[in-house]
Design a protein around this ligand. Structure first.
Ligand SMILES: Cc1cc2nc3c(=O)[nH]c(=O)nc-3n(C[C@H](O)[C@H](O)[C@H](O)COP(=O)(O)OP(=O)(O)OC[C@H]3O[C@@H](n4cnc5c(N)ncnc54)[C@H](O)[C@@H]3O)c2cc1C
Length: 266
């Protein structure tokens, strides 16, 4: 019998757990250690951030799934790994202390570390920007968006900039979904004319999305994502600035450097 331990029940760890649970059956012991007792469907945060999806719609409890598959679940934070002696220490979330979990095979699937510190002034904790990268961040963004909506209802114009926050960022898809969701929500509320929406990103061109663009079929035509997204942005009246890496943010401005080494601010 082998002992397999997985740390992190995001898409990676959860996929591993489900496949292994299915393939290995009761012969081997599988343990999942995860910070949260629920699975979070991260891509749905683009809707949580504008209030069109409730947080509870994006999560489900892990324990019942694991019970069915004979997977042991430790709700806690893996805090130490001892690769020479093959064990992990987890701090249990119920406050009952730590637990030692032995393994023959270890899968570390703890996901990305958000690195707001790499850009001064970025991020909701120590900076001036909002994020939809975690549930807590998406809820904060939603509340901030609602505050903006209230101002618009009183006739105040709002300028909303959405994009990626570091010159080295390589994934713009969620930000793109978010800005189009903001557009759609404001349109629905009859407030779209009260907001200037700006897309600011380090992409080589609009629609690059960190994968050098894709081709898409739209209204019977094959288009590059540049053509497609530019058409969408024009139709939605979203302005765009690309080839700009954000260096710093303060209360009023975003400071960037472009591909040619020029410095500027938005
Ligand atoms: C708003 C948004 C929209 C997105 N949309 C898409 C999309 O449409 N399509 C797409 O392909 N990708 C999308 N992505 C990217 C995608 O969500 C990530 O690539 C994916 O979630 C990464 O999965 P993961 O399992 O590696 O990590 P994560 O999803 O980050 O999961 C890691 C897990 O490990 C846990 N963990 C971390 N540290 C510990 C520890 N020490 N002990 C125990 N547990 C720990 C965490 O709590 C978490 O449950 C989106 C991302 C965002 C933010």
């Amino acid at each position: 019998m082998s002992k397999i331990v997985i740390i992190g029940a995001g898409f990676a760890g959860q996929t591993a757990a489900l496949y292994l649970g299915d393939e290995l059956g009761k012969e081997h012991e599988i343990t999942m250690i995860n910070l949260s007792e629920r699975f979070l469907y991260v891509p749905s945060l683009v809707w949580v951030g504008v209030g069109t999806m409730a947080p509870e719609k994006t999560r489900f409890p892990l324990a019942p799934v694991y019970d069915k598959m004979n997977i042991r679940f430790v709700h806690g934070r893996a805090s130490e790994i001892y690769p020479d002696d093959n064990y992990v220490i987890a701090e249990k979330k119920d406050g009952s202390g730590t637990v030692r979990v032995d393994y023959d095979y270890l899968i570390v699937a703890t996901g990305p570390k958000l690195n707001f510190e790499a850009t001064p002034g970025l991020g909701p904790e120590h900076g001036y920007t909002y994020s939809i990268c975690t549930m807590q961040h998406a809820v904060q963004s939603r509340d901030k968006f609602f505050e903006s909506v209230e101002r618009m209802k009183k006739g105040e114009r709002q300028k909303i900039v959405v994009g990626t926050g570091h010159p080295g960022a390589t994934c713009q898809g969620a930000a793109f979904e978010y800005i189009t969701n903001i557009h759609k929500e404001l349109l629905r509320m009859g407030l779209r004319d009260k907001a200037d929406l700006l897309w600011l990103s380090n992409e080589a061109e609009v629609g690059d999305f960190g994968v050098r663009g894709v081709k898409t079929r739209w209204k019977g035509q094959v288009l590059t994502s540049k053509e497609f997204i530019e058409a969408i942005f024009r139709e939605y009246d979203i302005r765009w600035e690309v080839q700009k890496g954000v260096r710093e943010v303060d209360e009023q401005k975003i400071y960037w450097e472009d591909y040619d080494g020029n410095f500027g601010e938005t």
